[in-house]
Design a protein around this ligand. Sequence first.
Ligand code: ZN
Ligand code: ZN
Length: 233
Amino acid sequence: MSAGKRLTTEAGRRPWWILRFAKKREEGCEETFSGEYIKEHQAVCHHGIHPCLLDRVPEIKCDWMGSFKEIVTHFESQHENYVCREARFLSPERHASASILLLHSQIFLYYKCFRDSKCYCAVHLFGTSAEASGFKYKVKLSAENNIQTLSQVNVVRSITEGFEATFRAGHCLRLDDEVVRHYVVEEALQLQVEVSYTKVAELEEPEQCRVRGGGFRPTSVASSSWGLRKLWR
Ligand SMILES: [Zn+2]
Ligand SMILES: [Zn+2]
């Protein structure tokens, strides 16, 4: 009995997810996934045909489609000015900008934009969300005096998520324009981004710190109306 036959359902037909997996096998993909992960994997499968990554940036239009092997060549020939090979780079524009980051043997897409009086900044990996969680990025803003700084570390998200979803969920840098303005020196935003591997220790051992007292309990509607009733009596 062949493996294919063992996967046959009672009705004698293979379930849809096995069919999709089998199709990928023909194209050269050897990886196996359960149903829920197939769609995500297909969107970034190294054996698949994919649209240009920059087409995911609203300000950029590129109709190119090609195999994973051709992607980097396409970037280098058509979008050389967007390619960045430094793990730490500056993003000084005060308007939307994007970069293809060829780092750590991976392809990342960096996107920064200004809208709704806010500045958004995110890094996506051309990979699944499980693969993306292996990387983080630090965003650091510095004021002219170099004393006032603001930094945030985020886990890289998968390109399959889409920037809109990342921005909406706040899995990114999201700052008010008024805050960002403090970090503009001579018309340039003093924004530095650094992409690195996520260390397992960081996920497992949160820094220990004593909890300080002095918090205020919110006054619930019920207790305040009870207090009012008491006064009225
Ligand atoms: Zn695959
Ligand atoms: Zn392109």
